[in-house]
Design a protein around this ligand. Structure first.
Ligand code: PNW
Length: 497
């Protein structure tokens, strides 16, 4: 009987609902095993940049040296003050009803010199207490070991451009497993290596501000991939049997649609995927860089008169060492692009974009956020989840970031609700219709926070933070209430409660 009424309702919805996705999902639920959560990162929320023995990292240094690196001239010295307000943050998480919380560890808070010879007990205690409190409240921590805040001492030695950093990272990761591994079962080695290499070492809009878009970006990626693999092997050989957790890497990608049905545009889309995701995912899941990158960058390097490719090479031993080093696929997905073929090779100076080719733009019909790169293309998430599942066959996928920004910080954030509803609908369809093994979702972000080069001008939170008040008062937006309801009902539309 109920079922009958329900199907009639579904048909009615399909006929009258202005939003096409609602009918598809009206009778679909997230399984109880699916875990909802929220994401943050240390430099973006903690503040307390020099308290209790914390060392300096490259973001501290870069922004103290020149306030002009952010749109509002501000930095992460105080941020959301989560170093002091973590208990309140946990209360908000509990009230939201999340099953997971993804946050990152600050390397220089745990190891102020960067090296494992000095462990800062107060910093360690901060994370131990946070983790313990989360677990007491039934919230599983997903811990990112590195979310872009390299200790300044290593930056001064060349940062991600020198291979030694991957050894320092390995030592740091070992310390993290030793200190927190009893409690933490989900580890992320590195958050978005592509972003940190592109913006930190390519365009220079993020720390450490280097502009090496034709070669340094590739070197950075190479060393981060090695660092990731070293950490995974440390866990696998030294900790896995006692601790029984999972270690993965978080990669960011977008979904690209071809501008036309020409073969050239299809190839441009393919290159978008290989240069955008395969650059990192192929070594980790399939072994070595995508052939199209090896060939194009190699050929261009020859034409440029270089004696070796601008894309570094892995030895056969390294290929084997990196392959298979991820127990789950962490996917950050925010947006989509249209892609059009271009033959825009510029030898002087060579760039990642020239190597990739293709002109990307947002379809004018997609809703726009307050950041240029972020428009809403929710169908892209379903397509990307299927692409990742088919191509990389990961044991498990977690969508580790997805979110919407505005500059007003309004509590009536209907645009954010529509964005999440669209993306979560597509995630749900990938899960229940397409059989993609996506087990969790942590939205970006729990709080309005320090948005890198944008400072505090861009607001990604489902919880508003008053940065003018010393209390950094937190207030729920409409999206937080909406998310709380989704988590409680496991359903995306009001009709299925
Ligand atoms: C992520 N893109 O960065 C980061 O992991 C977060 O720290 C950050 O606050 C958040 O997204 C919002 O920006 C991205 O151009 C940066 O597609 C750029 C892109 C995606 C993610």
């Amino acid at each position: 009987m109920l079922r009958g009424i329900f199907s009639i309702l579904t048909v009615l919805l399909a006929a009258f609902c202005p939003c096409s996705f609602q009918a598809d999902i009206a009778d679909k639920y997230f399984p109880q095993s699916f875990r909802f959560g929220a994401s943050t990162a240390a430099y973006q929320i903690e503040g307390a940049w020099n308290e209790d023995g914390k060392g300096e990292n490259m973001w501290d240094h870069w922004l103290h040296e020149n306030a002009g690196h952010t749109d509002d001239g501000l930095n992460g010295d105080v941020a959301c003050d989560s170093y002091h307000k973590w208990q309140e943050d946990v209360q908000h998480l509990k009230e939201l009803g999340v099953q997971t919380y993804r946050f990152s560890l600050s390397w220089s808070r745990i190891l102020p010199t960067g090296y494992p010879d000095t462990i800062n007990q107060l910093g360690v205690d901060y994370y131990l207490t946070l983790i313990k409190t989360l677990k007491e409240n039934g919230i599983e921590p997903i811990v990112t070991i590195y979310h872009w805040d390299l200790p300044e001492v290593f930056n001064e030695q060349g940062g991600w451009l020198v291979p030694e950093v991957s050894d320092h990272y390995e030592s740091y990761a070992r310390v993290c497993f030793q200190l927190f591994g009893e409690q933490v079962k989900y580890w992320v080695t590195v958050n978005e290596p592509k972003s940190t290499c592109m913006w930190g070492y390519g365009t220079g809009i993020q720390a450490p501000g280097l502009t090496l878009i034709g070669d340094g970006v590739y070197t950075c990626a190479h060393n981060i991939l090695l660092a990731h693999a070293k950490a995974w092997h440390v866990y696998d050989t030294e900790f896995r049997s006692q601790q029984g957790g999972k270690v993965g890497i978080v990669l960011d990608h977008t979904w690209s649609e071809p501008a036309s049905n020409s073969q050239q545009d299809a190839e441009a889309v393919e290159r978008e995927n290989e240069f955008g995701l395969g650059w990192y995912a192929n070594p980790v899941y399939l072994g070595n860089y995508p052939q199209v990158m090896i060939d194009r960058i190699g050929n261009r390097s020859v034409q440029e008169g270089l004696s070796q490719s601008r894309l570094p090479q892995f030895t056969d031993t390294q290929v084997e060492f990196i392959k298979g080093t991820s127990d789950f696929f962490g996917l950050n997905m925010y947006t989509g692009y249209m892609v059009q073929y271009t033959d825009d090779y510029q030898a002087n100076p060579p760039t990642y974009w020239g190597d990739k080719g293709g002109n990307t733009y947002s379809d004018p019909s997609w809703p726009k956020s307050s950041l240029d790169w972020l428009t809403s293309y929710p169908e892209g998430l379903r397509k990307l989840l299927n692409y990742v599942n088919d191509k990389y066959k990961p044991p498990e996928i977690i969508v580790t970031e997805n979110g919407w920004t505005d500059v007003t910080g309004t509590l009536d954030d209907d645009d954010r609700v529509s964005y999440y509803q669209g993306y979560l609908s597509n995630l749900l369809l990938a899960l229940v219709e397409d059989g993609v093994n996506v087990t969790g979702y942590t939205l970006w972000s729990l709080l309005d926070n320090f948005e890198w080069g944008s400072g505090y001008t861009q607001k990604f939170g489902i919880i508003h933070v008053d940065f003018n008040s010393p209390n950094r008062t937190r207030t729920w937006k409409k999206s937080a209430k909406w998310y709380q309801n989704v988590i409680a009902t496991r359903c995306l539309v009001d009709q299925c409660q």
